[in-house]
Design a protein around this ligand. Structure first.
Ligand code: MRU
Length: 361
């Protein structure tokens, strides 16, 4: 992604080959901070506390986390137990995004036959880098498939084409290009007249990252409070919805940021196409259905009770929104049933829920 004239990924292996660097998303859009991560513990904290976030990016981070663990294991007497502890630590960071499990399992399968820690280091490094590169290529391909849908809708309707998105399923959530945003970037590059409604996405306000990405790409956008989508859809000010996802069950049920389900209901009621963009790494064929089976992360209620922003002195501040006695709940994700989804935009094509099992295996 182009940031102030320089090409960046959300996460990369630094030139020293033993440090992983990430764009620390806690400071966006105000400050551009690169955080170096030097061991598996730092990586686990970065994932859990959302210095980085978004399912594919979490997967890539987990892959690099295994590599960092391998580097540390070199100095341990029992390197195998150290690696197993590192695996458990990484797996415990965030429960909903299946990419975390997928990437960790891929790294550990790759080292199954290794007899020395040096071999493990070599293979985990290569596997983590491959995962990152593949996710970037996958997202670019999602962009090309999604572009076809946008083109068709743009030909039918009046300009600009209004696309609504929830949370951030952009370059910051996926290493580069994004999933939900890749078709938007591809369409904008082709000169299609479009405008993006960006859901604020309380409580963590990932909409600010989407808005920042739109700015970097000169794409017209408007931030809206989370409750606005239904009204806009009724007034025919939304032509399509595209969201990302953290896990898709075998039957096409979709876990995504809390509030996605309400957008899908409103889109269904107003006959507006509702698309989910995902790489294969987000598909979980082991779960027959998602509504009852996908684990939903519950995060600290502090994220609801306080809000972060900059004050007039340009200082980042956290402000209390409710009384000291206030109780809150903070479910980070919800599950949208497959019946509400028009189609899945993947790197292998555009599919209906019932086609996923066959096409993404
Ligand atoms: O809690 P987050 O910010 O990690 O949640 C991110 C989302 O829900 C995204 O929409 C999803 O991971 C898709 S990212 C391509």
């Amino acid at each position: 992604m182009n940031i102030n004239g320089k090409d960046y990924r959300a996460i990369w292996l630094s030139a020293d080959q033993v440090t992983v660097e990430i764009i620390d998303q806690r400071y966006l859009p105000f400050d551009f901070v690169v955080e170096p991560l030097r061991n598996v513990n730092e990586m686990a904290i970065a994932i859990k506390d959302m210095h980085l976030r978004g399912a594919p990016c979490i997967g890539v981070a987990a892959g690099f986390g295994v590599y960092l663990a391998a580097l540390e294991a070199q100095k341990k007497e029992d390197w195998q137990s150290f690696l197993n502890q590192a695996k458990d630590l990484l797996l415990s960071t965030r429960p909903t995004a299946i990419n975390l499990h997928w990437a960790i399992n891929r790294c550990f399968s790759a080292i199954e036959e290794c007899h020395s820690i040096n071999e493990v280091i070599k293979i985990t490094k290569k596997t983590a880098q491959n995962i990152a590169d593949e996710e970037v290529a996958t997202c670019a391909q999602i962009g090309q498939y999604g572009l076809q849908i946008i083109k068709e809708l743009a030909q039918k309707g009046s300009a600009p084409l209004n696309i609504l998105t929830h949370c951030n399923a952009g370059a910051m959530a996926t290493v580069d290009h994004g999933t939900a945003t890749a078709p938007i970037y591809a369409a904008f590059e082709q000169g299609i007249n479009l405008h993006v409604w960006v859901d604020e996405t309380r409580p963590r306000n990932q909409g600010k990252i989407t808005a920042w990405e739109m700015e970097q790409n000169n794409i017209p956008y408007t931030i809206i409070p989370d409750n606005t989508g239904g009204y806009l859809m009724m007034k025919q000010k939304v032509d399509m919805v595209i969201v990302g996802t953290d896990r898709v069950a075998a039957n096409g049920d979709v876990a995504n940021k809390i509030g996605t389900y309400l957008k899908a209901l409103a889109a269904h009621d107003n006959n507006i196409p509702f698309y989910v963009a995902l790489p294969s790494s987000t598909y979980d064929p082991q779960l027959p259905e998602g509504v009852h089976s996908i684990p939903i992360e519950e995060r600290s209620t502090q994220e609801v009770l306080f809000i972060e922003g900059k004050d007039q002195n340009n200082q980042l501040k956290s402000l209390q929104l409710f009384s000291n006695q206030a109780k809150a709940a903070n479910y980070a994700f919800d599950v949208t049933p497959a019946r509400l989804i028009t189609g899945f935009i993947t790197e292998k094509g555009i599919f209906k829920p019932e086609e996923l099992k066959e096409k993404l295996k």
